[in-house]
Design a binder for this molecule. Structure first.
Ligand SMILES: [Zn+2]
Length: 358
């Protein structure tokens, strides 16, 4: 059952939170900062469980017949995970664990007003009511000011847990009222280990996906779920082997057909462009520093292709992909954008790296 030990590679935050629980001195507001997917939200939920776990007693419990000193020694630092309160929090059904998340990229004033109305009332059944405000950096200014009020006059038996990417993303007046706990990006080794032991990913692929995940467990798991390795094979086959050796006209036809397929698969488009970009980056990096390529498992192919390709052409290809990514994230028409990108990619081939006017 998930306790603090289930949070991957966050030794310091876990130690701080466990200490808070063991001492029984629960702050009114906590701020968890760190990039997406490092366990902030999970830690907030486990902290909510630990504060309310029926297997532990707290100094402010009137019904506790233990002295505070005794309770401090006996109190476990992690929740039991099986009591009624823990189970309600795990299933998302605890009436006093309130979650606020951005709606269309922002947390709005209406959401904070509703929250403040709720906080006027006493907690329904919890020892500590928990309000988890995810991505607090998306509080718009009005909502931020309303939030400040709740922080200045903290309601009884209520803990506000804010999560954000960076401390400086928040209003200083909000950040200064919270106990700050920083979550670091997860180490490459810890991510690889999770992918191998929990997801059954082969070691070499896990190493590659951990590099791409850049410290985020959520990203690593979504790369596995989206079949990143299979997508890469598909893409490289289409831009590489199948079109190499074709006449320029055939190559254009192949790549435009590829562009059509990609444009139809909006969910995979973002990943696909990233795969292409990393591939061309690797071709540029390989001659300089072969150890620093991302696609390490394809080192041999990278070596062969990079020897046959001019760096100038690779830079043009890389720029074309980057431009397409930017346009698509800015809501440009995917099909047209991809067609333009593919046309640029057809202007050279690996065999001779010679421009083919089309
Ligand atoms: Zn429990």
């Amino acid at each position: 059952m998930p306790g603090f030990e289930s949070i991957v590679d966050q030794e310091k935050p876990v130690r701080l939170l466990s200490n808070i629980i063991q001492k029984g001195k629960i702050p009114h507001a906590l701020l968890f900062t760190g990039i997406e997917g490092v366990g902030k939200r999970k830690a907030a939920n486990i902290f909510a469980m630990a504060c309310n776990c029926l297997a532990a007693t707290f100094p402010n419990q009137l019904f506790s017949d233990q002295s505070n000193d005794h309770a401090e020694k006996e109190r476990p630092s992690s929740p039991c995970g099986v009591c009624k309160s823990c189970r309600k929090i795990i299933s998302g059904n605890h009436p006093d664990v309130i979650s606020i998340q951005p709606e269309k990229a922002h947390i709005r004033i209406g959401q904070i007003r509703d929250l403040c109305r709720m906080l006027v009332m006493k907690p329904y059944e919890a020892r500590y009511r928990m309000v988890i405000i995810s991505d607090a950096h998306t509080l718009n200014p009005e909502a931020g000011n309303a939030m400040l009020k709740a922080l200045e006059e903290p309601p009884d038996r209520t803990v506000l847990v804010l999560t954000a990417h960076h401390l400086h993303d928040l209003l200083p007046t909000i950040a200064s009222r919270c106990q700050h706990i920083r979550f670091n990006p997860i180490s490459h080794d810890a991510l690889t280990d999770v992918l191998v032991t929990k997801e059954g990913v082969p070691a070499q692929e896990a190493d590659l996906l951990a590099t791409l995940a850049k410290g985020s467990l959520t990203r690593a798991l979504s790369l596995v779920a989206s079949g990143w390795i299979e997508q890469r094979e598909w893409i490289l086959r289409l831009i590489g082997k199948e079109s190499l050796g074709q006449s320029p006209i055939d190559r254009v036809t192949t790549l435009l057909a590829f562009s059509e397929k990609l444009a139809q698969e909006k969910d995979r488009l973002e990943n696909a462009l990233e795969i292409l970009k990393i591939w061309f980056r690797d071709l540029m990096v390989y001659p300089l520093s072969p150890d620093r390529v991302v696609n390490k498992d394809l080192s041999q192919t990278l070596k062969q292709l990079s020897e046959k390709t001019k760096t100038d052409d690779l830079i043009l290809a890389y720029d074309a992909i980057q431009l397409a990514q930017k346009k698509i994230s800015g809501n440009a028409n995917p099909r047209l954008t991809l067609d333009v990108m593919m046309m640029k990619l057809t202007e050279f081939n690996h065999e001779k790296s010679r421009r083919h006017p089309i």
